[in-house]
Every structure is written in structure tokens, then in C-alpha cells.
Ligand binder design. Structure first.
Ligand code: PLP
Length: 395
């Protein structure tokens, strides 16, 4: 059976050219970047080059990029690092990825003041609520750039102006946004930003945190941001990554992350158009098959994610039927795929529990073809006919 993968928001395959760039660092160039001999120097040079590449893509300085073992860890470093350095308040949106939401909740248990901001029906943060939360004093605000379940894009540039005017620090999780949107720190105005390898055709188990103004001679002094801020490390050890993330640098994965960042820069606009057109085709097709189906989230969303409510069809059941037909989609984020709870993102958007449980996420990638999109619609159509034939209520 030919298998069709439509779950690129959960993980992308490693691009062959990314893999080729990584390979020597598993085999012949395996030195520890901390070692002084030539093996160590070669590894250190590779980490330096990777840092330069990522800094360039994010409009950052060399020392502003901190490599981590995942985006989850980068998000933890942003929130826990800021509070460990003295920040007393944390503001997050209700639709954050679990790595932000659960971190904020655990900080709350430890005595940090945490505010969870509501979102509107499209999943966009309610700015008046943010404005109100900012009045109470300096805070670290963490709002993801684009949602991993719905693709909804947040007005980060606007949010950053509000946050800075109130003397706060803005962190944004750009894991899903990076391959389509401009994520340069200066354009966005974010002080901290998280990226991950495996959503951009790079390896799993590697991420990075952009930390504006990290290190001596940085731009922190002349940046308009009024609040001096710092992060404390959350992992103690040998002091790698400018003291912010100890542990021997994972050279092949770091090299892979940088190669992936370069990979997604190539033909960025072409792929965004191509993928958006296929998403449109899929959503239109699903609505034809299920006339009451609706897109969850507003129009301003990433081109590759379609979160669709199909009334009367349980997402978990549909997912299994599609998988049996060789097609992989998801019922929300991969992190909570095994949970029976409805999506916290859809619930925060005011959607009912039953609607949340009847919603599937189809996410497309660079390798997705029109033929694959057509096949998905064909299979959905035949499942719908079978269901009608079985006299199941199909609404
Ligand atoms: N943030 C977002 C928006 C994500 O989609 C993901 C991936 O599921 C993560 C964070 C976590 O990334 P990682 O798997 O690198 O920890």
C-alpha cells in the first residue's frame, strides 16, 4: 500500500541534503567541541558555523543563539530561566504548546504569579486582556507565533510593542512559524524565540533559543527595550552555550538544525503558495463531502495546517480508518495524541467538547502532492458513503 503522510506539523522527514550535511559529524568529525586538539577544533568550528547560519536567519548576533536539546527545552529555558533570574510574573496564552503551558503551571505551583490569557473564536489572543494583565507589573510574556493545532498566527509585532511599553519581556515559540513567516527578532520585536529542528526538515532532539542581548557587546544596551533582563541556566554543568545550557554540544544535530534553516529558506515563497493551494483544495473538498464541515481557526493561519470540524464524525475513529487506508492525519497535537481529553486549543477558542473531538488536523509539507490531496478526498468520500450505507447517523 502506498502510504500518504499528512501530519507534517507533528514531524517532517529530514531533507536528504540536511542528512548529508550531518553525516560526517557522526563518523569522522566526532570530536568534542570542548577539546583543544584538532578533532575538537573541527567540531567547535562546525558549531560556530551553525550558530552563524541561524543567527543570520533570525536577524540575530552570534552570541544570541543558544542550542538546546529540543524546542520543549528552549521553552522551559525561556520561562524557567527568566523566573530563576528574578522575574516574578509570567503571562501566557491559553493556546500555547504544552511545553509552555505546563511549564507556566508548574511555576505557578512554585509561587510565580501566572496569568493565562483568553483567545477569541479564531484562537487569537485577546489584546485588551493582555493590556490589562500588563498593568500589574513587569512580566515575561510567552505567546506562540503560530499555533501547532490550528495554524492561527498571533499579531506578535503588535504584542511586542504592548509588552515593551509595559516594561515586559516577550518570548515567542516560532517552531511552526519559522518555515513560512519572517522570524527575524528585530522585525517581530521578540526578546526570546524558540525554534526546533524536526518541524523544518531537520532532525528531532535539537532546538534553539534566541536570547536578545545575550553577552557582552550585545545590542541590549542600545535596544529600545526598557527592562534589563537576564536568564539563569536551568541545567548546571560545564558552562557550554555561554553558560546558559551546559552539556556537550550535540554537533551533528546542531549542524542539522542549521542545514534545515538554510533548506527552508530556499524557495520559501513558492512552497508557501503551493502548500496553501493544496490546503484550500482539501478544505473545499472536505466541505463538499461533509457539507456541515467547518475550518477551526480564522483565515490568518499558516499555509500548511487545516484543522477541520466534521460534525458527527469522531476524529479518533476517522484517524484509524484513514490510517487503515494508508493516510496519516492527526486529531490535534502529537504530544496529546494518546490523551482522551479534547484539545485545550479548540476548547480555549470556545468550541464545545464534542466539536473538539470531531476535529481533525491535516498538515501538509514540501513533499505533499496534488495527487495525495486528491487521494485523501477520495478516501474520505468513500468512508462517508460506507457510513451512509451502514445507516449510521451522518448529519
Ligand atoms: N512548540 C510547538 C509550537 C510545537 O509544535 C512543538 C512540537 O510539537 C514544540 C514546541 C515542541 O518541540 P520539540 O519536539 O522540539 O520539543
Amino acid at each position: 500500500m502506498v502510504r500518504i503522510y499528512l501530519d507534517y506539523a507533528a514531524a517532517t522527514p529530514v531533507a536528504p541534503e540536511v542528512l548529508r550535511t550531518m553525516q560526517p559529524y557522526f563518523l569522522e568529525k566526532f570530536g568534542n567541541p570542548g577539546s583543544l586538539h584538532s578533532f575538537g577544533q573541527a567540531a567547535q568550528a562546525a558549531v560556530d558555523r551553525a550558530r552563524e547560519t541561524i543567527a543570520r536567519a533570525l536577524g540575530a548576533q552570534f552570541r544570541e543563539i543558544i542550542f538546546t536539546g529540543s524546542a520543549t527545552e528552549a521553552n522551559n529555558l525561556a520561562l524557567r530561566g527568566a523566573t530563576a533570574a528574578g522575574m516574578k510574573r509570567v503571562i501566557v496564552s491559553a493556546v500555547e504548546h504544552e511545553s509552555v503551558l505546563e511549564t507556566a503551571r508548574s511555576l505557578k505551583k512554585a509561587g510565580v504569579e501566572v496569568v493565562e490569557l483568553p483567545v477569541d473564536k479564531d484562537g487569537v489572543v485577546k489584546l485588551p486582556a493582555l493590556g490589562k494583565a500588563l498593568i500589574a507589573g513587569p512580566a515575561l510574556i510567552s505567546i506562540l507565533y503560530a499555533n501547532n493545532e490550528t495554524g492561527t498566527i498571533q499579531p506578535i509585532a503588535k504584542i511586542s510593542k504592548m509588552v515593551h511599553a509595559a516594561g515586559g519581556i516577550l518570548h515567542t515559540d516560532a517552531v511552526q512559524a519559522l518555515q513560512f513567516l519572517d522570524c527575524r527578532g528585530d522585525t517581530l520585536g521578540a526578546d526570546l524565540m524558540t525554534v526546533s529542528g524536526h518541524k523544518i526538515y531537520g532532525p528531532k532532539g535539537v532546538g534553539a533559543l534566541y536570547v536578545r542581548g545575550k553577552g557582552p557587546g550585545s545590542r541590549a544596551k542600545n535596544h529600545a527595550h526598557p527592562t534589563p533582563y537576564s536568564l539563569s541556566p536551568i541545567i548546571a554543568g560545564g558552562g557550554q552555550e555561554f553558560g546558559l545550557r551546559s552539556g556537550t554540544e550535540n554537533v551533528p544535530l546542531i549542524v542539522g538544525l542549521a542545514a534545515a534553516v538554510e533548506y527552508i529558506e530556499k524557495d520559501k515563497a513558492k512552497y508557501a503558495r503551493q502548500i496553501a493551494a493544496m490546503k484550500e483544495q482539501i478544505v473545499r473538498g472536505i466541505k463538499k463531502i461533509y457539507p456541515r464541515a467547518q475550518l477551526n481557526g480564522g483565515k490568518n493561519s499558516l499555509p500548511h495546517i487545516a484543522n477541520v470540524w466534521i460534525p458527527g464524525v469522531l476524529a479518533q475513529d476517522l484517524l484509524i480508518q484513514l490510517d487503515l487506508a494508508g493516510i496519516a492525519v492527526s486529531a490535534g497535537s502529537a504530544c496529546t495524541a494518546r490523551s482522551s481529553q479534547p484539545s485545550h486549543v479548540l476548547r480555549a477558542m470556545g468550541l464545545s467538547e464534542s466539536r473538539a473531538k470531531q476535529s481533525i488536523r491535516v498538515s501538509l509539507g514540501r513533499p505533499t502532492t496534488n495527487a495525495e490531496a486528491t487521494k485523501l478526498l477520495k478516501v474520505l468520500s468513500s468512508l462517508r458513503r460506507q457510513k451512509a450505507g451502514n445507516n449510521f447517523p451522518s448529519h
